[in-house]
Design a protein. Sequence first.
Length: 366
Amino acid sequence: MATRNTPILLLKTGIIASSLFLMACGGSSSSDEGALPPDDSNGNPVTLPVPEPEVPVDDGLINVDGEVFSNLTEAQAAIKAGSLVVFGKGVYSQGLYIGHDDVTVQGSTGTHFKEATIQGKATFVVSGDDVSIEGIECSGVSVPDENGACVRQQGRDLTLSHVYFHDSEQGVLSSTGTGKLTIEYSTFDKLGKAGQAHAVYSQNDSLEIRYSKFYSSKDQGHEIKSRAAETLIEYSEIASLSGVDSRLVDVPNGGKLTIRDSVLEQGPNTSNYQLVGYGLEGMKDSYSHTIVLENNIVLMERVNGNVFLGLPSDASGIDISITSNDFIGSKFNDQGEHDIEAKNDLYLDRPSYGLGPFPELPSIGL
């Protein structure tokens, strides 16, 4: 086991040089594919503030293409293809259906949808294509099927930016054939239900997540479950903390999985010994099966043992690369597999890595 002598910057700091994080994980400060963190004039990554809406709206009101409504039902009827919908500050208890394409929904500081549902599914039911939802807080979603989500994606190509989804049965649930789901600059916290609903449950063609935080899934839900052919997670924090979650990331049908430049923490109360699951519900023949896990900081803190990567009994057709990660914690069951010991750095515990006691997390500048 290695001992890390250089102190690590912790979650409280808010700003950290990306090169320091990548060097700590054995990587470089550049990437061949995917986006790099936004930076200031000195090249340091910065946490972007929640953007102000494009048009100001008074508290409790909704602006649809310049027309102001106090009634959400009337506002919904005014939405058309290409609409800009802006919500003022306030608590909204009614859900919204978006059936048109190229719609952008923006919240103001303090826009909170609480216990709001529509069609017995979610707070936002999105059937239109190329829809964006920005700057919205959503909580308390529950439906009879126990899979109530802040967003149900039924159309193609949805982007969620600067959203805060928490304390619901599910954060996002997408249907099959829904193109791409992009999540950025967002926080998902305390989501899950009965092991069947999760913070993110993607059945898209592709899932991309960056600059986001996923904490404390509950009731044996996964933080991220993806049936997409391609799943990319980068510059993000995925942590059980004290939650009774299952896997941090579950990719049950295989495909192309990439997790890089992120923090992964399997907490003491997690119900599943596998931190990442792959192909455990049958791999799809039409998918290309590759796993790339690189430049991450991984904390293995489950009390009763850990497996980093759970695989099907026949994993011979999977191309696996696990490189330049920092693993922190006692020996895990698959530590001797996939060249983990040769191509990564292993630390016995938090102090040997220069990290404070649980639940402190390393900072990557989010």
